[in-house]
Design a protein around this ligand. Structure first.
Ligand code: UT7
Length: 321
């Protein structure tokens, strides 16, 4: 059997920085509240006209360069996004065109903040089935386009960005296991009001994010605790064998709770939430790339990637880098 191994990574942030001080001028909030409750100081936002595919393209080019591969080498493109450029074609097809990749399957995955972990899980199955030899897997979002900038309970949290990995076929597993879950009974905790088929509520010009933050927080801590156990058990691993936790970057306090569950000191946790905010499907691959490029994550290290989000969805990937 052939397995997937991470060959190269990349990430891209838009240029515009939105600080907590900027937000203080927009809604009734404070730098202190945002930092204490979430750990976030800044987030990056696209300019008008800049799209999810623009961010995905830049991240992908960096990942392909790091992997030393060209467009002709890629036989599968998966983009995890909640904020596609268009209803259709998929952002993956738009990205394929930008990069000059032809012929192999290209499709989007929509699992909100768990999207990138879902995409890794699906890509892993392509490799194990012998259907892909080299894949581009991307998490890219322009969440700022579906944020109600007058709603202080959500607008302080989210940002835009993209992260990408190139996976190559290998005789030994790089993706050791992936674990994907969802429970639609909890869809109301984190959702958009309306959409393409339901239509929009009166007066709304887009389907804005609506979240019961406190309930999402509790659900996240509970499901992430469970998935840590599930992942370790499936691989016959002890907590002490995890070198790095690369978590979804939603809230510093949620990240701390998962690290505690793993018995990992925070020095072994990749944390980008302070600078990036919550970039939904882009958060895990961006954090991964940051820690690979600054030399913290080394070849041979064992990484636990995890995420949770709207759906309710949650998942993990155990990776030997
Ligand atoms: O990617 C997955 C998606 N989302 C998440 O992971 C988010 C998970 N949830 C969270 O991170 C936290 O629940 C939040 C950061 C969203 C909120 O923190 P919290 O400690 O759960 O606060 P809360 O919702 O219980 O609200 C506490 C108070 C409320 O005021 P009262 O009712 O106590 O007077 C809120 O109205 O804080 C108020 N509040 C704010 N105050 C200043 C809510 N948002 C803000 C704000 N600035 N931006």
């Amino acid at each position: 059997m052939s397995y997937a191994r991470i060959q190269g990574t990349g990430h891209h942030l838009p240029k515009r920085v939105l600080t907590n001080a900027d937000l203080e001028k927009m809604v009734d909030t404070s730098d202190q509240w945002i930092r204490e409750r979430t750990g976030i100081s800044t987030r990056y936002l696209v300019e008008d006209g800049e799209t999810t595919c623009d961010l995905a393209e830049q991240a992908s080019r960096k990942a392909m360069q790091a992997a030393g591969v060209g467009a002709d080498d890629i036989d599968l493109v998966i983009v995890a996004t909640t904020t596609p450029d268009r209803v259709f074609p998929s952002t993956a097809c738009l990205l394929q065109k930008r990069l000059g990749i032809h012929g192999g399957p290209a499709f989007d995955i929509q699992a909100v903040c768990t999207g990138f972990v879902y995409a890794l899980g699906v890509a892993d199955k392509f490799f194990r089935a012998g259907s892909s030899r080299r894949a581009l897997v991307v998490g890219a979002e322009t969440l700022s386009k579906i944020i109600d900038w007058t709603d202080r309970t959500t607008c302080v949290l989210f940002g835009d960005g993209a992260g990408a990995v190139v996976l190559e076929a290998s005789d030994t597993p790089g993706l050791l296991s992936t674990h994907l879950h969802a429970d639609g009974d909890f869809e109301h905790l984190l959702t958009t009001r309306g959409g393409v088929s339901e239509g929009l509520p009166d007066g709304a010009d887009t389907a804005y994010v609506h979240m019961k933050g406190n309930e999402v927080f509790k659900m996240a801590v509970k499901t992430l605790g469970r998935i840590v156990d599930e992942t370790l058990e499936a691989n016959g691993l002890e907590k002490s064998q995890i070198d790095w936790l690369v978590p979804h970057q939603a809230n510093y306090r949620i990240i701390e709770a998962t690290a505690r569950k793993l018995g990992l000191p925070m020095e072994r946790v990749v944390v980008t939430v302070a600078e990036h905010g919550n970039t939904s499907a882009a958060s895990v691959p961006m954090a991964l790339d940051v820690a690979i490029r600054d030399g913290r994550i080394q070849r041979g290290d064992t990484l636990l990637l995890e995420a949770f989000g709207g759906g309710f969805t949650w998942g993990s990937a155990l990776v030997r880098y």
